[in-house]
Write a protein that binds this ligand. Structure first.
Ligand code: OKP
Ligand code: ZN
Length: 342
């Protein structure tokens, strides 16, 4: 399996609120480097650089005003006299006006964000677009006939909606890749999200569409981030009704329980008639993950990959979360090796 990698990912390391204090994010550059190291050590296949894409490819998934905000946030933040990483501090929740984009950068940051997990600094945009380009390069590999590919994206993408960032995610790499597969000729595409956290952004992008199926296995939103989406009764809308499937799972979930839900998700994808598959691959389902609460073991990822392979679809793996850096490489590469063992 070919791996796509963009070395500019390292230009970005955000800050987030932890225990009431601003600290560097769990989502760190070393994560991608450790996965790459394991890809090489396991001889998974060639590693190729991401091909730069035009912003038009991102605009297939994200709104123009949001993309403009991503590009101008840092210069506008500096022009307002600020000097540290940009973070939002006010959000247009419920009864507040969500229909007006403020002009001041301080207001705009909240308007286009779901949380304070996405700081913006001088080189953030370069890393963010490089991550989307990594996914797009992977999609191109699959469209060119590769049975599978691994987009080693960083920063991750699945919490980013059409018009908002959140949870370390700015552009939705998996959604952009799924759309590229559609645009490249796949009539029906499935996005399977196995990150511990619900893929609220991917769900947002495809919720009312009948051509892209979205399935997510994740920590129950009653007790797990992102808290405000990912319930079982979210099934899609309009032409997309029953093209969204959510599998909330409880803290402590082991492979035995997880496998049942994953099999369900795969059955749904098969009956949908997908011609290509995008997997949002987060390994924060690992028992040792510092910010999540499932209990998968490293060997379970071999089984996960093998189960996904049984769908027998051209498959693009897109890297998302996973914060147990000691085992992150083994867990990711085990999934890919399990897939290849079919
Ligand atoms: C991104 B991805 C933990 C708070 C959670 C946000 C987590 C974002 C996860 N104390 N903060 O889905 O792995
Ligand atoms: Zn996650």
């Amino acid at each position: 399996m070919i791996t796509i990698f963009n070395e500019h990912h390292a230009l970005h390391h955000g800050v987030e609120l932890n225990d009431g204090v601003v600290m560097t994010c769990w989502e760190s550059p070393s994560r991608a480097e450790l996965v790459l190291e394991r890809v090489r050590a396991a001889d998974l296949g060639n590693v190729i650089p991401a091909v730069a894409h035009d912003e038009a490819a991102y605009a297939r998934v994200h709104g123009d005003a949001y993309l403009r905000h991503l590009v101008t946030a840092w210069p506008d933040w500096c022009a307002s006299g600020f000097t540290n990483p940009a973070l939002p501090l006010v959000w247009p929740i419920h009864a507040l006006r969500g229909d007006r984009e403020p002009r001041h950068i301080e207001g705009r940051l909240g308007y286009f964000a779901m949380d304070a997990g996405c700081s913006i600094a001088e080189n953030t945009w370069q890393a963010v677009r490089g991550s989307a380009d990594t996914a797009l390069t992977g999609a191109a590999q699959v469209l060119a006939g590769a049975a599978s590919a691994f987009a080693l994206c960083r920063p991750p993408g699945h919490h980013a909606g059409r018009n908002y960032m959140g949870g370390y995610c700015y552009l939705n790499n998996a959604a952009i890749a799924a759309q590229a597969l559609r645009d490249g000729g796949a009539a029906r595409v499935a996005a399977l999200d196995v990150d511990f956290h619900h893929g609220n952004g991917t769900q947002d992008v495809f919720y009312d569409r009948g051509d892209v199926f979205f399935a997510s296995l994740h920590g129950d939103p009653r007790v797990s981030y992102p808290y405000f989406l990912g319930y079982e009764d979210e099934r899609g809308a309009g032409p997309g009704l029953d093209c969204t499937a959510n599998f909330p799972l409880q803290p402590g979930t082991t492979w035995e329980t997880y496998a049942v839900a994953l099999q369900d998700a795969c059955t749904r994808i098969r009956s949908f008639g997908a011609e290509a598959l995008v997997v949002s691959l987060g390994v924060d389902t690992f028992v040792g993950d510092p910010i999540s609460s499932f209990a998968l073991q490293s060997e379970d990822y071999l089984r996960m990959g093998a189960m996904i392979a049984r769908l027998d679809l051209p498959t693009l793996f897109v890297f998302e979360g996973g914060y147990a850096v000691g085992e992150i490489g083994v867990n990711v590469v085990n999934t890919l090796l399990g897939f290849e063992s079919r």
